[in-house]
Design a protein around this ligand. Structure first.
Ligand code: BGP
Length: 464
């Protein structure tokens, strides 16, 4: 296959709350992730007395990162996407001074990456925020949280100005529509108006920290992060086609604000029609004009949309209100696999925004079983990733500017949706099971060597 450009950034992506563990070490405060031991769709459990959460230890990346980074380096990574746990820097969220132990931890992490020549890409907020800000301030419904977030971002920009040149604001910012506690810190009982008001505050915060990043680290790039939730019309019935346009706008709206700097007309109409009253000040409108340098997104699956209400109710599959596509196979978790959809999405985002794109999550969650020799022969993962990367190359041939690709979960980690480790994404197997047993030992899977070869050959080893 034709090579990728030599400056294409290859790597992997993880998130603090899914790998670090050490949930009470280094002065860390309690986060929204800590109180959701069953994942972002599970109930809130106040962590009093003895309660088990797989995330408390996770894969112990907090202590084992040197070993893991050495393995990433062995695969040839040029970049690693991590997140900073806000609660390691500001344990409660509303303090005036940061926690030095938390800052020192990430210093060491970034130094370790630099030692191996791996660039750091940092998500400021990946599916967690200080729990104190939820209970005492009402999460992002409260404007004051914008100030707290901006303070946190400025502290880490200043501290890591020399070490981190790639930044992302909020992970999958559009997920707040489906998981309001994780996304915007809203508890049960919130309505759509509350969610959109909180989202508005987060969009303002995102624009403010883009501005801060440009001022504090002029040679850095800062992007947004969208869940690339591409949907197709189930049929060519015009109402299905229009409904699909509207469904795609539900997530593209976030990109529109972050890349174009203003609320699109279709969203204002949606607010009017639904009686949603979002307070947007003149100053907010001015701040929102500060747009991102590039667009990053996750891509796992696509789905379909139908305008037929009865059919929709009957067959719609999962959290994203998608109807299954009869032409696609699904993963063991019901996520429909669609490599061509990635090419379509890349082209659509490029056509819409004309900003560079970065695929910061893509991968296959599967149950891996070691064979008699203890090896994981994960051909299914290899084939998933091969087929997606082939489509990335096609999109680049189409003229799309793609900066890089960080696979999701290059090492097994705790899943976000249900907090399980049995759903594995890694090129590296971690000996830990859903009941918490296991030695945490790391083993290279077959896909480890496959990805290493892809990176070494700049994609020439991919099978078209
Ligand atoms: C994205 C999140 C990640 C990650 C991934 C896979 O939504 O940004 O944090 O976990 O999805 O999802 P899951 O872990 O539920 O399989």
């Amino acid at each position: 296959m034709k090579q990728f450009p030599t400056d294409f950034l290859w790597g992997g992506a993880v998130a603090a709350n899914q790998v670090e563990g050490a949930w009470q070490e280094g002065g860390k405060g309690l986060s929204t992730s800590d109180v959701q031991p069953k994942g972002i769709f599970g109930d809130v459990t106040e962590r009093k007395g003895h309660t088990f959460s797989l995330k408390d230890v996770a894969i112990d990346f907090y202590h084992r990162y040197p070993e893991d980074i050495a393995l990433f380096s062995e695969m040839g990574f040029g970049i690693l996407r991590v997140s900073i746990a806000w609660t390691r820097i500001f344990p409660q969220g509303d303090e005036l001074t940061p926690c030095e132990a938390g800052l020192a931890y990430y210093d060491e992490l970034f130094d370790e990456l630099a030692k191996h020549g791996i660039k750091a890409m940092v998500t400021l907020s990946h599916y967690e925020m200080p729990w104190h800000l939820v209970t005492q301030y009402g999460g992002w419904s409260n404007r004051e949280v914008i100030t707290f977030f901006e303070r946190y971002a400025k502290v880490v920009f200043k501290r890591y100005a020399e070490k981190v040149k790639w930044w992302l604001t909020f992970n999958e910012i559009n997920m707040s529509l489906h998981a309001p506690l994780t996304g915007v810190g809203l508890q049960d009982g919130c309505n759509e108006s509350d969610v959109y008001q909180a989202i508005h505050h987060q969009l303002v915060a995102s624009a403010l920290v883009v501005r801060a990043c440009h001022l504090l680290i002029p040679d850095a790039k800062i992007g947004n992060m969208l869940l690339g939730g591409l949907v197709y019309p189930l049929t060519c019935q015009p109402n299905d086609v229009f409904e699909t346009l509207q469904e795609n706008r539900k997530w593209l709206f976030f990109g529109d604000v972050q890349c174009r700097g203003a609320y699109p007309g279709y969203m204002l109409r949606y607010f009017r029609d639904k009686g949603i009253d979002v307070v947007i000040t003149e100053e907010d409108k001015h701040i929102l004009k500060q747009t991102v340098d590039f667009i990053s997104f996750s891509y796992y699956m696509t789905g379909c949309v139908t305008a037929d209400k009865a059919l929709n109710k009957k067959i719609r599959g999962n959290i994203l209100n998608m109807v299954p596509n009869p032409h696609l196979q699904a993963s063991e978790w019901g996520w429909q696999i669609d490599p061509v959809g990635l090419r379509t999405l890349l082209n659509e985002l490029w056509d819409r925004y004309q900003k560079p794109l970065f695929i910061v999550e893509n991968g296959l969650g599967a149950k891996d079983q070691p064979d008699e020799q203890g090896q994981i022969q994960d051909d299914y993962r290899i084939s998933y990733m091969n087929d997606h990367l082939v489509q990335v190359r096609e999109a680049m041939e189409d003229g799309v500017d793609v900066l890089g690709y960080t696979s999701w979960g290059p090492i097994d980690l705790i899943s976000a949706s249900k907090a399980e480790i049995g759903k594995r994404y890694g090129f590296i197997y971690v000996d830990r099971q859903d009941d918490g047993s296991g030695t945490l030992a790391r083993t290279r899977k077959k896909s480890f060597y496959w990805y290493q070869e892809v990176i070494r050959t700049h994609g020439a080893s991919l099978k078209a």
